[in-house]
Design a protein. Structure first.
Length: 127
C-alpha cells in the first residue's frame, strides 16, 4: 500500500491521507472524503451547492491524476449532503463533471460536515 498526496488538492485536516493505493496487477485507490477546500489557500470555499460540488470534484480529480487515473477509473463514490434538499443541484453538477461515466454510488444526508460544508465526496478507483 502506498500513500497518495498532491498539493493540487487540499491537505488533510486530520489524521488521514488524501488517498492510499494498493499495488499489484491492478491498483485500487481509496480516496478520503473531500469538501470544498481551496488547495492553495487551505480555506473552505462555501457558496452554492453547485460551487461546492464543482470544487470537491476538482479536488477528487487532482488526487486521481496524482495516482495516474481520472474519473473513468472511479468504480464507487459516496456522497454526504448536509440536507437532501441539495440532492438535485448536486446531482446535476456531478453528472456534468463525470460526463456519463457513472460509478456505483450512494448519497446520504448527515447531521453535519467538516467546516460547515454542504457536500463531501469520497471515492474508490481501480486501474
Amino acid at each position: 500500500m502506498k500513500v497518495v498526496n498532491t498539493i493540487k488538492a487540499p491537505q488533510p485536516i486530520g489524521p488521514y491521507n488524501q488517498a492510499v493505493i494498493t499495488t499489484g496487477e491492478t491498483s485500487t485507490l481509496y480516496i478520503s472524503g473531500q469538501i470544498a477546500i481551496d488547495p492553495e489557500s487551505g480555506a473552505f470555499c462555501g457558496g452554492s451547492i453547485e460551487e461546492q460540488t464543482t470544487l470537491v470534484l476538482k479536488n477528487l480529480l487532482a488526487i486521481l491524476e496524482e495516482a495516474g487515473m481520472n474519473y473513468s477509473n472511479l468504480v464507487k463514490t459516496t456522497i454526504f449532503l448536509s440536507d437532501m434538499a441539495h440532492f438535485k443541484a448536486m446531482n446535476e453538477t456531478y453528472s456534468k463533471a463525470l460526463e456519463n461515466h457513472f460509478p456505483a454510488r450512494e448519497t446520504v444526508a448527515v447531521k453535519g460536515l467538516p467546516a460547515g460544508a454542504d457536500v463531501e465526496i469520497s471515492g474508490i478507483a481501480v486501474k
